[in-house]
Unconditional design. Structure first.
Length: 275
């Protein structure tokens, strides 16, 4: 007879697998449905799930998936996550620090008029996977500097960029809102267990590693627009910043300069919320 523990394990596994399978099935095209502006119909529920978790939502046109031979970009350290709506065109900056082994980019939009990945020297990356509504690129050993994605089109879009850092590259290990706690003498700073409120001022503990000359903490909206920036100060107990909680969904970003003067950026994949 199957034990109660095994039954619980199988139930938990099914609860995890079923949504994943449903999400994968939703990526398959189900017909050439576009409106009079040429906007591809999308499943808003699955798009919102990708936007909340830092995932890629695939904008497949009818018949593309079967013949695409798509090479799915492998996610490493998140550098750029932007989900929003576009009416004409937008340029995205992608900081790449020294020694990066691989840069991956995903861009999808309901109507793609133009999508171009540009190197720091201004030259265009030609070796990309281009689809009716998407651009996917993987660049080995990308030169350090600010890369750009130039996107033109209309409708809902998703843009993500990731790097595989070199040895000793910048890394965001942990971020937490913290407050004093523990028994008196000694007291300490402990993660906030409650929901944080919009406008609340809290200490933020940042754990970084790697080759970093200077760094700052920032909050951005779901589409990557800046909300606020504050310097990170090193103390005897770690690295801290003073944060004002945004009103609305936000992501945590750490950006700065590596030891060789190249800009870097790391962003949390999950979207945070305030009360």
């Amino acid at each position: 007879m199957m034990s109660v523990l095994n039954c619980r394990f199988l139930v938990a596994l099914s609860l995890l697998v079923v949504p994943l399978l449903a999400a994968q099935q939703d990526q398959l095209p189900r017909g050439p449905k576009k409106d009079d502006r040429g906007l591809l119909q999308i499943n808003r529920q699955y798009f919102d799930l990708a936007a909340s978790t830092g995932g890629d939502y695939y904008f497949w046109a009818a018949g593309e998936f079967a013949s695409a031979r798509v090479q799915i970009p492998v996610h490493h350290d998140d550098v750029l996550l932007s989900y929003g709506a576009l009416e004409s065109k937008k340029s995205f900056e992608i900081p790449v620090e020294t020694g990066v082994k691989e840069l991956t980019l995903f861009a999808g939009i309901q109507r793609k008029d133009l999508a171009v990945l540009v190197r720091p020297d201004g030259t265009v990356v030609r070796d990309v996977q281009s689809f009716q509504h998407m651009l996917i690129a993987t660049v080995k050993a990308p030169p350090a500097g600010i890369w750009h994605l130039e996107l033109q089109g209309a409708g809902t879009y998703a843009v993500t960029a990731h790097v595989k850092p070199g040895d000793g590259g910048p890394e965001l290990i942990n971020f937490a809102f913290v407050e004093p706690g523990g028994r008196p003498r000694p007291e300490g700073m402990f993660p906030v267990e409650r929901a944080v409120g919009a406008g609340e001022s809290l200490a933020c503990r940042v754990v970084l590693s790697g080759s970093i000359e200077q760094a700052e903490l920032a909050f951005v909206t779901k589409d990557g627009s800046p909300i606020g920036t504050t310097p990170i100060a090193a103390t005897s107990e770690g690295e801290y910043a003073r944060c004002t909680i945004p009103d609305g969904p936000f992501r945590v970003v750490v950006r700065g300069v590596d030891a060789k003067g190249a800009r870097f950026q790391r962003i949390e994949s999950r979207l945070r919320y305030s009360e």
